[in-house]
Design a protein around this ligand. Structure first.
Ligand code: FPP
Length: 246
C-alpha cells in the first residue's frame, strides 16, 4: 500500500500552514548561490499546491516572506521579489486549471509596486475559484498583525462602533488578516528548525505541529503525505480528556 492510500480523506486538516525553510542551506550544500535555493523552492511550492488541491485540503497558507526577511541583503530580497513576480505570472494558469483561489496576508504596501500589481491581478482573476484557498504570507509578521488588529479595534471603541464589553475572540479573529480563514489544524516546518518565527501566533493556538529535517527544495508529495499521516494519528483533545473525545 502506498503512503497516499493510507491517508483518510475524511480527516484532512481544513487549514494547513507551512513554514518553507532551508532554501539557503540546500543551495550551500550543493555549492550554489542562495538564489538557486529559492528558485528550486518555487518548484516545491508548485508541487505542494497541486498535491494539496488534489487531496482535498481546503486552505493552504505558505510563509513566503516575513517582516524580518526585509533585513536580508538587498540582493537576496530583490531575487525573492523577482521570483514572486515570475511565479505569479507563470502559475496563474495552474491556479485556474486547478480551481484555486489566491489570497495574501501581510503588510502588502511594503512590497514593490510591480509585485503588488501582479498579486492583485492574480487575486482578482482567481477570486471565484472554489476548490482551495491558497494564501501567501508576504511581508507578514504575526505580532504586527496583532498590533494592527488592536489599533483597529481601539479605533472602533473610540468611535462608539463597538463596546469594550463586546470584545471577544471572535472580534479579534475578525480583525486579523486571516479573518476569512479557519484556524490552523496542521503547521509544518521544514529544514529541522523547531521555531514558529512570528507566523500565525494567534491562529495556531490548537494546531498540531510537524517538523521535518527535509529542506524545502527537497520537500515532495511523499513528505506531505507523511506529515498528514502523522497528523491523522494524533488525538486532538482541545483541552478535554481522552475519554471525553471518545
Ligand atoms: C526560507 O529559506 C525561505 C524563504 C525565506 C522564502 C521562501 C520562498 C520561496 C520558497 C520561493 C518563492 C516563493 C513563492 C511563493 C513564489 P531560507 O532562505 O531561510 O533558508 P536557510 O534557513 O537555509 O538559509
Amino acid at each position: 500500500m502506498s503512503l497516499l492510500d493510507t491517508i483518510n480523506k475524511n480527516n484532512l486538516p481544513k487549514h494547513l500552514a507551512i513554514i518553507m525553510d532551508g532554501n539557503g542551506r540546500w543551495a550551500k550544500q550543493k555549492g550554489l548561490l542562495r538564489a538557486f535555493g529559492h528558485e528550486s523552492g518555487t518548484k516545491s511550492v508548485r508541487t505542494t499546491v497541486e498535491t494539496c488541491a488534489r487531496l482535498g485540503i481546503e486552505n493552504l497558507t505558505l510563509y513566503a516572506f516575513s517582516t524580518e526577511n526585509w533585513n536580508r541583503p538587498k540582493l537576496e530580497v530583490d531575487i525573492l521579489m523577482k521570483l514572486l513576480i515570475s511565479s505569479l505570472k507563470n502559475e496563474l494558469k495552474t491556479l485556474q486549471d486547478n480551481n484555486i483561489q489566491l489570497n495574501s496576508i501581510g503588510n502588502l504596501d511594503l512590497l514593490p509596486k510591480s509585485a503588488q500589481k501582479e498579486l492583485q491581478e492574480v487575486i482578482t482573476k482567481t477570486k471565484s475559484n472554489t476548490r482551495m484557498v491558497l494564501t501567501l504570507a508576504l511581508s507578514y509578521g504575526s505580532r504586527e498583525e496583532i498590533v494592527n488588529a488592536v489599533k483597529n479595534i481601539s479605533d472602533k471603541v473610540k468611535n462608539n462602533i463597538i463596546s469594550i464589553d463586546s470584545i471577544d475572540e471572535s472580534i479579534i479573529n475578525q480583525h486579523l488578516y486571516t479573518q476569512n480563514l479557519p484556524e490552523v489544524d496542521l503547521l509544518i516546518r521544514t529544514s529541522g528548525e523547531h521555531r514558529i518565527s512570528n507566523f500565525l501566533l494567534w491562529q495556531i493556538a490548537y494546531a498540531e505541529l510537524y517538523f521535518t529535517e527535509v529542506l524545502w527544495p527537497d520537500f515532495k508529495e511523499e513528505d506531505l503525505y507523511e506529515a498528514i499521516i502523522s497528523y491523522q494519528k494524533r488525538e486532538r483533545r482541545f483541552g478535554k480528556t481522552s475519554e471525553q473525545i471518545k
